[in-house]
Design a binder for this molecule. Structure first.
Ligand code: NAD
Length: 379
């Protein structure tokens, strides 16, 4: 019997992405799966029902009917408690679950006896690169952040030599050179800005320089477990604070992307540093959702402090919904390669390293230990 794979219209406020795009629907349908898409699921991202139908999907009018027929539910955002209730027991659901911040939704999936995989828990090993939704969505965020910043800046980014005089290039500073930061550097360079990048991981220096940007060197290397950054010591923080403050005070556009997994974002730009920023300068804080890299950031808001604009965007990938959905959908397609056998059966043995790491809930139990601990502690 074919596996029934469904993708609903996302219900979270402001979410424009969709988990499946027509190209991936075509591949899943060709492999013998039944694919169902909710009416209008892709319209905010630029994919029409007609395109989904042409790719081999069936369009379903109501969430009740859609979820009722599903073996496998593909989502961007975690299912709401109401959505979980519409799914049959044993349904497998895959999404970016952001479990520590959605404990009630995790409990709802557990109580409904669903099997849930959290795509953000996929380990960053070579074999899983094509499934790395954190990277694909961070790419979208880094790109969009620069465009928003360029749009808000009263300056051109490139150097221009015109009959009306020569324009000096804008100084763009990117703090945090992970996936989003490197994409922001590449985008700002393409727009002609004079770009500097900074990260606490020394290995990031080579990547920053390879994109044609200058790397701000601090004589520390805070690379921790799994290639991620570790928290800095108080002495290191003082060194960082001085260097970052000087660099921020000279920039026209600052994009901050610094993150430490499982922790509040590090503060890199203090209130005092904002006070040193140039009039008309812009700061886009990609860490707004996890507390912000700038002390003054207000999540989801654009504020003006003196003559500086500070933006704390939420869900930036949704603002490039077409390509963010396309990349996310391909991540899911790769993940399904582990979960659906070539003869069309759902895998029930989750011992594969990637499945085991990303398994959040199954058979009435929370399997991801940090999340189980948080639930047990009633947090
Ligand atoms: P992230 O979103 O966790 O953090 C963003 C960046 O912030 C990181 O580069 C981090 O070093 C930096 N940072 C943290 N504290 C900082 C501070 N105080 N000052 C300045 N910068 C600070 O990172 P990410 O984009 O998810 O990438 C994290 C790591 O994972 C990187 O080493 C990246 O190369 C690696 N990675 C590996 C794979 C793979 O192998 N498949 C895929 C993607 C990323």
């Amino acid at each position: 019997m074919a596996v029934c794979v469904v993708a609903p219209k996302e219900v979270a406020s402001g979410e424009k992405r969709v988990a499946l795009v027509p190209e991936v629907v075509g591949r899943l349908a060709k492999a013998g799966n039944r694919v169902c898409i909710e009416t209008g699921a892709g319209e905010d991202a630029g994919f029409t029902d007609a395109e989904f139908t042409a790719a081999g999907a069936q369009i379903i009018g109501t969430p009740k009917e859609l979820y009722g027929s599903a073996d496998l539910v593909l989502k961007v955002q975690p299912p709401t408690a109401a959505e979980s209730k519409l799914m049959r027991e044993g349904t497998v659901v895959i999404a970016l679950m952001n479990a520590s911040r959605n404990l009630d939704l995790v409990a709802a999936m557990r109580d409904r006896n669903l099997t849930a995989f959290a795509l953000e828990l996929v380990p960053r090993i070579t074999r899983a690169q094509s499934m790395d939704a954190l990277s694909s969505q961070a790419t979208a965020a880094g790109y969009k952040a620069v465009l928003i910043g360029a749009g808000l800046s009263p300056r051109f980014l490139p150097m221009l030599t015109t009959a009306a005089g020569t324009i000096r290039p804008a100084k763009v500073l990117i703090l945090g050179a992970g996936v989003a930061g490197l994409m922001a550097i590449a985008t700002a360079r393409r727009l002609g800005g004079m770009v500097e990048g900074y990260d606490v991981r020394r290995a990031a220096g080579e990547q920053v320089r390879s994109l044609g940007a200058k790397f701000l060197e601090l004589q520390i290397n805070a690379e921790g477990a799994g290639g991620y950054a570790r928290e800095l010591t108080p002495e290191e923080k003082a060194l960082e604070s001085k260097m970052v403050s000087d660099a921020v005070s000279q920039a026209d556009l600052v994009i901050t992307t610094a993150a430490i997994p499982g922790r509040k974002a590090p503060v890199l730009v203090t209130k005092e540093t904002v006070g040193r920023m140039k009039p008309g300068s812009v700061l886009i804080d990609l860490a707004a959702e996890t507390g912000g890299n700038c002390e003054l950031t207000k999540a989801g808001k654009t504020i003006q402090v003196n003559d500086v604009t500070i933006v704390g965007p939420l869900n930036l990938p949704s603002q490039t919904a077409y390509h963010a959905s396309q990349m996310y959908s391909k991540n899911l397609q790769a993940f399904l390669g582990l979960l659906v056998t070539p003869d069309g059966k759902l895998v029930t043995d989750y011992s594969d390293e990637i499945l085991a790491a990303s398994l959040l809930v199954t058979a009435g139990a929370v399997r991801h230990k940090p999340t189980a601990d948080l639930l047990a502690a009633g947090k």
